[in-house]
Design a protein around this ligand. Structure first.
Ligand SMILES: [Fe+2]
Length: 476
């Protein structure tokens, strides 16, 4: 194998240092690994060290896995698994140092650049430093540093890659002038350098996106997965009657209807100290008691149902995303058929890829983009899919922890993408991905009343894992 690699490298004029060679040979699939390294090396690379390879992959573990790799959990049989590398629980390494942030954004850039380069209408991006020297149409990838509007109404974007930064000019009459750009998203640009302006005149924009070819292939599964978001146990506005109605419906119908899985996309309890004067709205003031009460409620859910819980911004987890799973001190009273995972997470359920994310970043999307609203979270989720990122906007209300890899990147194309947070209920299909906003079990809060926001509570969405049919079960 070593000789094979050396001869392929030599044919490309590349020489690996001994430590680089050692790293390549220690990979499970050295040839695949080395080919991926080739495709990410700078064009003029000649002597490649281990560090160069590390820089190429910059926290981007997915470079070496194109299909979700599932990690069986010992509590479960293989019909529900967590996709390896998508749950930060037990993997968090960041200390919040400047270097961590640099590595985090490199990870984001390379992951999303790779998705853009996978598009069959894009090809390989040229580095920005090289594009600055070219007198022809080029394609580049970069992370948006900022956007502005010129005094004549044209759009100007500062785009940055790992080599340099460049201005991208979009004429106000151009068909791409109305596209939405948010800071810190990664885009591909086709255009030509205007030397006088020192800017690329953009002709086309490319997003990582969900491929239009993505299909929901029918399977013979007869199971359904249900979603119960934002239960908010402990709040005075918890909808006890509707919850009990839902539980008795599950007891009567879940087996016959094949509801074998329930996912809780965060805010399972109301928490403490989440907003000023929250104690006035709490029925259970102690956080441990809130989780103990939830454990009691969940005992009523029929035993054949496997449950998955991840935290949201009201839960007792760090607020910065990605959030690790709830600590055992809160969940020791939970039954063993409940799996605790981080937020966000990818699961494989009977062959379907299910991504669950609480949705705190919706706050930033709504604040940054005029036409996005809390009333229509599905539209926000669609924008996330287009950018293949759950929370691109950095430094606003939603805190992001600079982990080695960016867990908020949508590495894989999900079949189902669920979120909560805004207490709405709805579904939408985008390129055959089932987007679901999974309601709440809390009525309108004082805060929501003040902001004239009407939630859509006590609705349980289910998705048929065979046919992909989505149903909304209303317990009001
Ligand atoms: Fe919530």
């Amino acid at each position: 194998m070593k000789n094979e690699i050396l001869s392929v490298a030599a044919s490309k004029g590349i020489f690996f240092s001994p430590d680089a060679m050692e790293m390549i040979l220690s990979n499970d699939k050295p040839m695949d690994f080395v080919n991926t390294v080739f495709s990410h090396l700078a064009k003029n690379a000649m002597f490649v060290s281990k560090q160069d390879i590390m820089d190429c992959i910059a926290g981007d573990k997915i470079l070496f896995q194109s299909e979700p790799e599932v990690k069986p959990h010992n509590k479960f049989t293989s019909d529900l698994t967590i996709v390896k590398g998508t749950d930060v629980t037990g993997e968090s390494t960041c200390e919040g140092k400047v270097n961590d942030f640099a590595q985090y954004f490199r990870g984001r850039f390379f992951s999303l650049k790779r998705l853009i380069e996978k598009r069959n209408d894009f090809g390989k991006a040229m580095s920005i430093s090289k594009a600055k020297t070219m007198d022809r149409t080029v394609r580049i990838c970069g992370i948006i540093f900022d956007t502005s509007t010129t005094k004549n109404g044209h759009k100007m974007i500062s785009l940055e890659d790992d080599t340099d930064m460049i201005k991208v000019f979009i004429h106000k009459e151009s068909p791409i002038a109305n596209e939405l750009f948010v800071t810190d998203e990664v885009i591909g640009v086709e255009g030509r350098l205007n030397i006088k302006m020192g800017a690329i005149m953009a002709e086309k924009i490319f997003r990582p996106d969900i491929p239009k070819t993505h299909k929901w292939e029918l399977s013979d599964s007869t199971s359904k997965v249900a979603f119960l978001s934002d239960v908010h146990v402990g709040s005075t506005t918890f909808l006890d009657t509707q919850w009990k109605k839902m539980i008795s419906w599950l007891k009567e119908n879940s087996e016959e209807k094949g509801i074998n899985y329930v996912v809780f996309p965060g805010d399972v309890v109301d928490g403490i100290g989440v907003f000023p004067d929250q104690d006035k709205e709490l029925l259970i003031a102690d956080i441990y008691d809130q989780y103990a009460q939830l454990a009691e409620y969940l005992k009523d859910i029929p035993d054949h149902i496997k449950m998955v819980i991840h935290p949201g911004n009201h839960d007792a987890a760090r607020s910065a995303e990605p959030q690790p799973a709830l600590n055992k001190v809160f969940t020791e009273k939970f039954d063993s058929n409940i799996l605790m995972v981080g937020n966000p997470v990818y699961m494989s359920i009977e062959g379907r890829t299910v991504m669950s994310y609480h949705g705190k970043s919706i706050d930033d999307w709504v604040a940054a983009v005029q036409y996005l609203t809390y009333e229509d979270p599905l539209r926000v989720m669609k924008e996330m899919c287009i950018r293949r990122h759950l929370a691109p906007i950095y430094g606003q209300r939603n805190a992001l922890a600079p982990e080695k890899k960016d867990y908020l990147v949508m590495e894989y194309v999900p079949d189902i993408f669920v979120s909560g947070h805004v207490h709405g209920a709805g579904q939408l299909q985008y390129n055959n991905v089932r987007l679901i906003n999974a309601s709440t079990w809390q009525s309108q809060t004082e805060y929501q009343k003040m902001h004239n926001f009407n939630p859509n509570p006590a609705i349980m969405p289910t998705v048929d894992l065979g046919s992909g049919k989505v149903e909304m079960h209303d317990f009001n």
